[in-house]
Design a protein around this ligand. Structure first.
Ligand code: MG
Length: 536
């Protein structure tokens, strides 16, 4: 018998390794997905050397893999979260813009969430933090696949608090008496209803005490991880932080970096992530995959209270007015920090340039759990576990970026990424710090930037150039195919109708729905009690 060549042995070994390694070695791993709000790509020290406030995240990067071409599926809150939890863009799952505190609907009920799939696969599921996918009736997280929920139903500036802290414009505290409620304040401040804090379906504080929210989130995460570990079941914990969506509370201490309130808030978030990692490690290092990322880029109109985009400044748009960050399809709007930490499985000290998205979290975790994707719908995300394991650096060939409210038609696919090229069919700028807004401009043929040479998106390719002429047919074909695919899919429609009766309200008899202070304080000490409606 002939001896096989070394090459044949190598190929056979690689095939066997690929087939054998994952499921046999890790069984059903635990998952923690931490989603920061409005964090900039440049807010991670490992990405951007000027940032000094993230030692724990930088350590996470050193002990795991850092993804530098990673994108949120939309550049504003609700659509981004809906896409993460469904693996589908807003044009498919129906969530194209943010829900309001009066929204009757939420993420359409015929969409299947990642939590529902993992719950079915035997996982214990928990959500901590900002939900913002509908809070009325069956849209509540407990009805969307999460066994446990602790958090606020929408953004932390969508309701008044007693210590409002920092915002632009500064907003007043909650009214305490009906006479206060008639105060005249700027319309971009929420003042009529206090921000509630839920544990499962119970409001345990209204208004929430923002200064202790980070601590409560860590405690809730530790409690959930402990209970899940004690039960012997794998867990999926989704932590959607209030940070960095304007620092509405007094952070404990300003760091020495001189970055003021925003920097202090960034430090607080960094410490919070470090604490959650520590808790996970204490229940068995290597048992839990931790994925940190953001829902969209910085909220530029908040000026010094907004994050850093790093080099992704969207110079073409900024020359024409408006911001090129949150709500836009410029890189500053959707390129977000991304780290994956899983000792023993995901390589440490690795930087990947694969083109990835928050859309990939759903199919990847489903694959790692040994579960199957829901039928009768198409997914925009990919199972990128080979990229996580370091076997490949191949991500998306094409990635679509929807309008998220800057200009143009919300939800529409305005921009397409293909390899190093990015084509804009519509441009527009969100409100900038100076109050300017970049109007919608349609481009046919599209503006095309080569991000390898021009990550600032400053100078589109000359339409007459050989490079433009070579890439345009490929981009046009990919764009047409993507739109055809969406048109042929099972798409959902979200109910964006409004009704003041659906606003979460602890005590309708009291101004701003405030719970009695003594009662709320007592309840704070008894957050383990889940089923009793304590605050009505
Ligand atoms: Mg956000």
């Amino acid at each position: 018998m002939r001896t096989p060549s070394p090459w044949a042995v190598l190929v056979l070994t690689m095939v066997l390794v690929e087939l054998w390694v994952p499921r046999e070695v890790y069984g059903q791993p635990n998952f923690i997905v931490i989603l920061a709000d409005d964090v900039g790509w440049g807010d991670l020290g490992a990405n951007w050397a000027e940032t000094k406030e993230t030692p724990h995240l930088d350590q996470l990067a050193a002990e795991g893999t850092r993804f530098v071409d990673f994108h949120s599926a939309a550049s504003t809150c609700s659509p981004s979260r809906a896409s993460l939890l469904t693996g589908r863009l807003g044009v498919r799952n129906g969530v194209t813009h943010n829900f309001a505190i009066t929204s009757v609907g939420g993420l359409p009920l015929n969409e299947t969430t990642l939590a529902e799939v993992l719950q079915e696969a035997g996982y214990s599921t928990g959500a901590i933090g900002k939900w913002h996918l509908g809070h009325h009736g069956l849209h509540h997280p407990n009805s969307r696949g999460f066994d446990y929920y602790f958090g606020i139903p929408y953004s932390h500036d969508m309701g008044c608090t007693d210590t409002p802290g920092y915002n632009l414009p500064p907003c007043p505290s909650c009214p305490r008496h009906s006479a206060d409620a008639s105060r005249v304040v700027r319309k971009d401040c929420y003042t009529d209803i206090a921000l509630p804090l839920f544990e499962n379906v119970t409001i345990i504080q209204q208004p929430v005490t923002l200064s202790s929210l980070a601590t409560h989130y860590v405690e809730a995460a530790a409690r959930f991880i402990r209970h899940a570990s004690d039960s012997g079941r794998p867990f999926f914990l989704y932590v959607a932080l209030a940070h960095m969506h304007v620092p509405l509370w007094d952070p404990p201490a300003a760091p020495s970096s001189g970055r003021g309130i925003y920097g202090a808030s960034l430090s607080e978030m960094d410490a919070l992530v470090g604490q959650i990692k520590q808790v996970a490690d204490s229940h068995g290092k290597g048992n839990t995959l931790l994925w940190f990322t953001g829902d969209n880029g910085p909220w530029a109109q908040k000026c010094e209270l907004a994050g850093r985009v790093g080099p992704f400044v969207g110079a073409w748009q900024r020359q024409r007015g408006g911001s090129s960050a949150k709500q836009t399809t410029w890189e500053g709007g959707h390129r977000v920090p991304a780290l994956v930490y899983w000792p023993g499985h995901v390589p440490a000290k690795r930087t990947s340039r694969a083109l990835l998205s928050t859309l990939d979290i759903f199919p990847t975790l489903v694959a790692l759990a040994g579960a199957v994707l829901p039928p009768n719908r198409r997914f925009d995300g990919l199972d990128v576990s080979p990229v996580l394991f370091g076997w490949s650096d191949e991500g998306h060939k094409v990635l679509l970026h929807p309008n998220s409210g800057a200009a143009g038609k919300v939800g529409e696919i305005e921009t397409l990424r293909l390899s190093q090229y990015k084509a804009f069919y519509t441009t527009g700028g969100a409100m900038a710090c100076d109050g300017s807004i970049g109007p919608a401009e349609h481009h046919q043929p599209p503006l095309i930037f080569n991000l390898d040479r021009d990550m600032q998106e400053q100078e589109p390719l000359d339409v007459a150039s050989r490079e433009y002429q070579a890439v345009l047919p490929v981009i046009s074909r990919a764009y047409a195919q993507a739109l055809e695919d969406i048109a042929a899919d099972n798409v959902s429609v979200a109910d964006y109708s409004k009704d003041p009766a659906v606003i979460p309200c602890c005590n309708a008899q009291h101004v701003a729905c405030r719970c009695h202070a003594a009662l709320a304080a007592t309840l704070e000490l008894h957050t383990e009690r889940r089923t009793t409606r304590l605050c009505l």
